[in-house]
Structures are given as C-alpha cells and as structure tokens.
Ligand binder design. Structure first.
Ligand code: AG3
Length: 274
C-alpha cells in the first residue's frame, strides 16, 4: 500500500510526498500539528496541513533567513525570532559569535516540544546559553520591547490562522519601533508564483515604514512552487554589501549566494516596483 501526504496549495495545485509512516498527530491550542516520515525528504513537520520544514531541505530556508540579515548588520548583538518554534533559524543565529542574546517568541509551545523530540538536529540551537525561549504572543513581545533589537526575524506560517497578524502593516511598524536606530528585519514572504498579491502588499507596507526595503529569493523544494521570497526592511545597512562570511559549515549560504539572492527575475522585480 502507498501512503501519500498532499498539501493543497490552491484548488488547482498540490504537492505530494510519499510517506512511510506518521510519527505524531495532534490538535494544539492554535493549529493541527503532524510529523510524518517521508521517503524523499525525511521527517517533515506539518502545521494546519502546510509543509513547515523537512530534514533534508530545511537548511535552505533556515540559512537564508538567518545569515542574510546577520551578514548585513556589522555587529548584531540582540536578535529576536518571532515564530520559528522548530528552532532552525535560532540554530543558524547562534553560529554568529557576535550574537549575545537571541530571543525566540513562539506562540505555540507544542511546536517547540515536538521539534525537540522529533527534529533534534533542527532544535539543537534552542539549548545554546544565549537563547531565551519564550512561549508568548510575538506581536505583544515586539510591542513591549521598543528600541531593543539589532535584528528581528519573522519565521511565520502562511498568512492564515495564527500568523495573520504577522503580515499586517501595524505589526511592521511595531517591528520598526522594536529595532535600534540601525536595526533591520527579515520576514518570510511566500512564493512569487503563488502569492503575488501578498508580496506586493508586504513590500508596499514595509516601504512606507523603513527607508530601505529589499526582496530576495531562495529555492525550497517542499514549499509551494519551490521559489521562495524573503522581505527585508533596513534602517541603515545595505544587504548588497554584506560583511565577510562569519560562518563556515553552511550548505546553501555563501557570500556569493547572498549577493545573488537579490538578483530578481523581471516578473518578480515587477511585484516590488513602486
Ligand atoms: N515557515 C514558513 C512556512 C511556509 C510554508 N508554506 C506552505 N507550505 N504553504 C517555516 C518554519 C520553518 N522554521
């Protein structure tokens, strides 16, 4: 018998992965949470039916979210991750010696527990002594910490369910206020093929608030369409002039890949045109 996991990306498109077995399934206070073992990509974390991460391709997303921002800031000491309860972004952040403190603000504590149990390789950074894991509403945390952070990451689910507020303009304003005068933030902003309106509106909103706004891309095979975008809002530093690489053991990130990620094909460039 063959078992398949299907994520319905819209009513006309889905991605399917053959599954060996289901390791865990529950309904948390916020969302449905499943862990399955896929044949192609190893263990996979699924929230509300959407692929969050897999053992075999997680490095692309986590390295490209964490290292582009941290190599844009010359001295990132205080870092915040909103969401990201699996710990993957934190694992990459703590590779940076300059980082003195990294706060994880995750609303669903079950994501953290399950990641520690089923994805130890991804969750390992959560044990670093510089990391402060907080199960809380990230929006509130941002609102309550003005002028505190050098770099803020938004590692959210899709803009439905618990993550809706993380794609709103007043949240980006709160992120701006939570950053130091030379701070920057990076958010995952979905697929340029599948989520064009979202990318357009996020870019417009961030541009209204931050002096410098950028979009960059990475290839993530298990996310809808495989082409993924990240939006950066920066008060001062220019990501096109990254500092020399401070990390060695990466599988996707290099200084060249960092710079190249900002080269946008015309159909993507068009989404962020004024
Ligand atoms: N956060 C972004 C997941 C978005 C994927 N969307 C989808 N499959 N429809 C991933 C969390 C990893 N730390």
């Amino acid at each position: 018998m063959e078992l398949w996991f299907t994520e319905l990306q819209n009513s006309n498109l889905s991605i399917g992965l053959r599954v060996n077995r289901t390791l865990h399934s529950e309904q948390t206070e916020f969302q449905s949470l499943d862990v399955v073992e896929t044949v192609q990509y190893g263990r996979m974390l699924v929230l509300d039916g959407c692929v969050m991460t897999t053992d075999k391709d997680e490095f692309v997303y986590h390295e490209m979210l964490a290292h582009v921002g941290l190599h844009t800031h010359p001295e990132p000491k205080n870092v915040l991750v909103v969401g990201g309860g699996d710990g993957g972004v934190i694992r990459e952040i703590v590779k940076h010696p300059a980082v003195e403190r990294a706060v994880l603000a995750e609303i669903d504590g079950r994501v953290i527990d399950i990641s520690r149990e089923y994805f130890p390789q991804i969750a390992q950074g959560l044990n670093d002594p510089r990391v402060d894991v907080q199960v809380c509403d990230g929006i509130k945390h941002v609102q309550e910490h003005k002028g505190k952070y050098d770099v803020i990451y938004v590692d959210s689910t899709d803009p439905i369910g618990p993550a809706v507020g993380l794609f709103a303009k007043d949240f980006y304003q709160a992120v701006y206020d939570a950053l130091k005068p030379d701070g920057l933030f990076v958010a995952q902003t979905e697929s340029p093929f599948a989520n064009q309106d979202l990318i357009r509106h996020v870019h417009r909103d961030v541009r209204d608030i931050f002096p410098h706004t950028y979009l960059y891309l990475a290839h993530i095979p298990t996310y809808p369409t495989g082409m993924w975008s990240f939006t950066m809002g920066s008060k001062q530093y220019n990501p096109l002039e990254p500092v020399a690489s401070r990390v060695r053991d990466t599988k996707y990130y290099t200084t060249e890949v960092h710079k190249a990620a900002f080269a946008l094909p015309p159909f993507v460039q068009e989404l962020v045109q004024k």
